[in-house]
Design a protein around this ligand. Sequence first.
Ligand code: SF4
Ligand code: SF4
Length: 400
Amino acid sequence: MGELRLPLGDYRETVHLCRLCGNCRQAGTTYLPCCPAGERFGFDEYYSRGKAIIAGQLLKGSLAWSRSLAEVVYRCAVCGACVEQCPVSYKDYILDVFAALREECVERSLVPREVGDFLENVYKYGNPWAEPRQKRGLWAEGTGIGEYERGEDFLYYVGCMGSFDTRGIEMARALGEVLLASGLSFGILGSGETCEGNEVKLLGERGLFEILAGENIRRFTGLGVKRVVTLSPHAYNAMKNEYPAYGGNFEVKHYTQLLVEMVVDGRIDLSKGVEARVTYHDSCFLGRYNQEYEAPRKILRSIPGVELVEMERNRENSFCCGGGGGNFYTDFFGSEPNSPARIRVREALDTGADILAVACPVCLTMLDDAAKAEGTEGGMRVMDISEILASLVLPERGSS
Ligand code: SF4
Ligand code: SF4
């Protein structure tokens, strides 16, 4: 057996930078709760402060590693809200400490069963649901979207949610069809696509992440890909921020960043418009992780008839849907009334919005399910921005 790596040891000095002030419980400007894990489970150990205490005690040896401790470590959406609120230099280490705790759980074979299943399925099948690899491109059948050919402007990277999740597939098709209608030169990988690994890394399996990153970078490079547009902010985050360290230097855009350019230069005609009050939910991986707050809002403001209204928690103070860090699969936050997604849907309902708009397949599925649980049928709809645009640009979709 190889020697056990101890990633947490790198943070022996830094965990003590946490002042235990508790600022990571609420958003600074609104004083509203900001931590979905803390709101869902109620105890201090689920907030960033509690995990700093846990890490410090593990390093001192006054707390032992166990399965129940791993259950706490994994009940976190890695949404970064605590980082945003932390007033001291510990903020620069919070996500690294979470990652080290999880990497040690993997090394010590303590991961919860759901996390183990996620990682094993991604390793074997390239997606968390153990779907056959050859089914990966089926979502595009009948759309006219073709496989990427050398020289095309963009590789459209769809990801696991867009390939296999019911709402994710609807979103992937909507965006693909809008891009086709715009005349953009692009293609997909189809059955040749595999997971980008963003959640794999966040779940503590760095070795598997490096395998996936290497595989994707080799494939993109072999095809001569220069520019990638992603459906998901999660893939955008991994490819933009992590892949360069492994030699993957592609120009990466989230789809809202590409669409906003096309709206501004007139390649997408939104003149049909829609009379609707719309509120926008920031994805953590587009917003807090990558500071992209404006592109989605600018697209929505460009639609004639749209009245954009903000939820009380927005931009850097946005409240996570609870799907980050693999929770869309592990479902650790459940669907109870105090689950993050249902809290967020109620916040959106408070704005009087007709449409709760998102820009992420994870947010779309989490909030759509939560809206059904809140009984919003016939009222507020949860739609991805790509779906709103598809209803304006594609005549056959109409405004339904
Ligand atoms: S993580 Fe930051 S905000 Fe939270 S208790 Fe520690 S110092 Fe305070
Ligand atoms: S990353 Fe999000 S869920 Fe995790 S402790 Fe911080 S605020 Fe809470």
